[in-house]
Design a protein around this ligand. Sequence first.
Ligand SMILES: NC(=O)c1ccc[n+]([C@@H]2O[C@H](COP(=O)([O-])OP(=O)(O)OC[C@H]3O[C@@H](n4cnc5c(N)ncnc54)[C@H](O)[C@@H]3O)[C@@H](O)[C@H]2O)c1
Length: 326
Amino acid sequence: MRWSGMQRGDNRFFKRKKVTVVGSGNVGATAAFLAAQKELADIVLLDVVEGVPQGKALDMFEASPIQDFNTNLHGTNDYADTAGSDLVIITAGIARKPGMSRDDLLSTNVKIVADVTQNIVRHSPDCILLVVTNPLDAMVYTASRVSGFPRSRVIGMAGVLDSARMRSFIADALDVSIGDVSAFVLGGHGDAMVPLARYSTVGGIPITELMSADQVTAIAERTAQGGAEIVKLLKTGSAFYAPAAAVVEMAEAILKDQNRIFPCAVLLEGEYGVNGYFLGVPCKLGGGGMEGVMELDLSAEESAALMRSLDGVKTLVSEVDAMGFF
Ligand SMILES: NC(=O)c1ccc[n+]([C@@H]2O[C@H](COP(=O)([O-])OP(=O)(O)OC[C@H]3O[C@@H](n4cnc5c(N)ncnc54)[C@H](O)[C@@H]3O)[C@@H](O)[C@H]2O)c1
């Protein structure tokens, strides 16, 4: 039997999107697999370690007949294979071990993220960057400075994960469907993140009306320590299922032009009285990337908490600046 007509790669009316995931460790590989199962795009998985992205991509592809998805997956160590990516998820870097804070990862991961960004931008100058590597607020700043991309195309993943954690804890405490729970966590992706109780609802009702103040405080504290809770249990690394699901949800919103409202780490240009720093705030994700920041009227207490979180981000950014990369 022979086919006549178009070959793969020929001009065609509709093309699949291309997503590159840099770092094929726990978060990267899980994100690639989730995105593949959702058929969001063809996927390139890249890592510095030879064989690992190739092996994982092939293994995932071999799951496609069973999981019933049509996605091409390609593992590589060569940035040339990432050329023309529409969206790139950066997960490369080291993860936390017990006793380490996210900030302890700074000096190693700045070098990695700067190098990755440079290579990605060379081959995909029009892509949208979603940054996952920790310490998140400093890494998304690094990717922004190295790429020179507008703020619509450099977005950090933190708030979607932190809010998902908070939603899980609320649903568990009130024994209600996770689908009816929404939650909002603002600020940096550190211990000073700001879980906003009055914007966290069950069936539209603020949790402050459904729980005692002590319960709300306990959930907010558990959310802020959500990453450390998993690190302590795993002992050899940090969370990856929920982080991967979070970044894939952001990627989906962009690739399908969904105009979803998510808390993301974005470059503020005067919003919330902040200029020039990445901070977790509600924004719209759609086909244009980060399409706009939603400015909430925060109470004095919430505002003060956001500014405390900003102080942590500023410290990290000044450490990055002192390393002299830009
Ligand atoms: N933003 C968040 O909410 C969030 C959540 C979870 C994890 N993280 C962070 O994501 C990062 C990855 O976590 P993980 O659990 O997947 O770690 P991991 O160790 O399992 O995977 C990291 C991968 O990056 C690769 N890598 C290292 N240097 C590279 C380079 N220069 N180019 C390409 N690949 C390179 C490693 O070989 C490894 O495969 C960590 O920094 C972690 O702290 C962030």
